[in-house]
Ligand binder design. Structure first.
Ligand code: PFF
Length: 457
């Protein structure tokens, strides 16, 4: 059976940037900036994306393209069957991420409808909203359905096409919303918090937070880019593509900040005191801001904002679904359509405990109390702690160790040089030769052990 492929470089970039740009950029990044002390977090984040994440991205894409296989089969195709376990670990992480990601996407979808109806009061009943499990379950199911429909259409006819449509739309919307936000009173105080770093706030927590956020935001560590890389032609320049994907992801995250911090300046009358530092920023605080804009601006801004969030989430869920589907199609010879519906159904069911853990079920809402933590953690956050915070760095470090020590740098270099004759001998190549084998895996393992120890023990 013929494997799918992207129609060209733009298709690959749109799909991979679509995977990267997601809830992590628009929902996650701003509250993590707020939590991490503002601009200093942004600065550390930018450095980490280029110095640390770009090499990992290059390794993943190179493994994918060299093998022309899914994230599990890739290791076998390159001649190292025993290393397939890394791919399996990535797939499990992806399934877990998708299971709760879809619930949050369902919230975003529901909020789009509420905002379109001018129901800003939803912010005060966020708990009641998320515990209405029938409604959210339906929103989540619709979201999953749309994701699966795109994936059944294949690589160029589904994933690429959807990304080429949604990504430009997303860019236009976010720029328009940011421009409007910047015209509001006290916008500049928000921008000052966002852009002027206070170096006294720099500490290990900020660095670890930025590292985790960057890794998740760039969709690293679970084989998404191995899978997408396997659909890229040998003549394409994957090095410059990876740079563009990284830049696109950063740009959208930064633009999300340009949209949200002026809003926080506006709602706090410029004091920036007590701004929310958690996931409630987007779902609780922003609707208040929209309400205070007056009509029709509030409804328009609110609806566009949550629609933007849905678009961003959709191109990411598509990639989350493609990873296991690609594995089942390549290695188990399932038809794309059957594989897609099978995985979509399994993930939807896996997401049910997360769906119930936002207020509906007391046991799942107060699922676990980690040692030395005052409050209980809900099931959804628990899964995020296991998959995003722990499994991604672990799996990422194993992928990097594989690429640099097992498959070896010279093979990776040769792959990266295809379609990019200037790569050999370049500064980037020389940097990769040191960072990839000797620095990055150990930092990732350090992040893994520290996170596991600090969170669970
Ligand atoms: N990068 C996505 C985001 O920032 O929301 C999340 C994600 C998608 C992670 C796909 C991993 C992945 F494979």
């Amino acid at each position: 059976m013929q494997r799918g492929s992207f129609s060209g470089r733009i298709g690959f970039i749109a799909a991979a940037a679509g995977s990267a740009v997601g809830l992590g950029n628009i929902w996650g990044f701003p509250y993590k900036v707020s939590n991490g002390g503002g601009a200093i977090f942004v600065l550390v984040y930018l450095i980490i994306c280029f110095a640390f994440c770009l090499p990992v991205m290059l390794a993943e894409i190179a493994i994918g393209r060299a093998s022309g296989s899914n994230s599990v089969g890739a290791f076998a195709k390159l001649g190292f069957r025993k290393w397939r376990g890394i791919g399996m670990l990535g797939i499990i992480a992806g399934l877990l991420i998708f299971s709760f990601y879809n619930v949050i996407a369902g919230w975003a979808f529901g909020y789009t409808l509420e905002m379109a109806n001018g129901n800003f009061g939803i912010a005060d009943s966020f708990g009641a909203f998320t515990s209405n499990v029938v409604k959210i379950g339906i929103y989540g199911a619709v979201f999953m359905l749309i994701t699966a429909l795109i994936v059944t259409q294949g690589v160029s006819g589904g994933i690429e096409k959807a990304s080429k449509l949604l990504m430009p739309a997303l860019l236009v919307m976010i720029v328009a919303l940011a421009i409007y936000a910047l015209t509001l009173p006290h916008a500049m105080e928000g921008i000052r918090f966002y852009l002027l770093p206070d170096f006294s706030k720099l500490n290990g927590k900020v660095i670890m937070g930025a590292m985790g956020q960057a890794f998740f935001s760039l969709s690293l560590g679970m084989g998404a880019l191995i899978t997408f890389g396997s659909y890229v032609g040998k003549q394409e320049n994957i090095v410059s593509s990876a740079v563009i994907i990284t830049l696109a992801d950063i740009t959208i995250a930064i633009l999300a900040g340009f949209m949200i911090f002026p809003l926080l300046g506006f709602i706090t009358n410029g004091t920036m005191n007590d701004i929310p530092q958690g996931p409630e920023l987007v779902f609780v605080t922003l609707p208040h801001v929209f309400a205070s804009m007056g009509e029709p601006y509030g409804t328009i801004f609110g609806t566009c904002f949550f629609l933007l969030l849905c678009f961003a989430a959709l191109t990411s869920t598509v990639s989350l679904l493609e990873v296991p589907v690609s594995y089942l199609v390549d290695d188990w010879k399932l038809k794309r359509r059957s594989a897609t519906w099978l995985v979509a159904a399994v993930i939807f069911v896996m997401g049910i405990p997360s769906l119930l853990s936002a207020g509906y079920s007391a046991n799942l809402t107060n699922f676990i109390r980690y040692p030395n933590h005052e409050k209980h953690t809900d099931f959804l956050s628990f899964v995020a702690n296991v998959a995003n915070d722990s499994m991604l760095p672990l799996c990422g470090s194993l992928i990097v160790i594989f690429a640099s020590h097992i498959w070896r740098m010279k093979n990776m270099d040769a792959e990266l040089a295809l379609g990019n004759p200037t790569y050999q001998g370049s500064l980037l190549q020389r940097y990769m030769r040191i960072a990839l084998p000797y620095i990055i895996p150990f930092i990732l393992l350090f992040v893994f052990f520290t996170t596991v120890y600090k969170t669970f023990f």
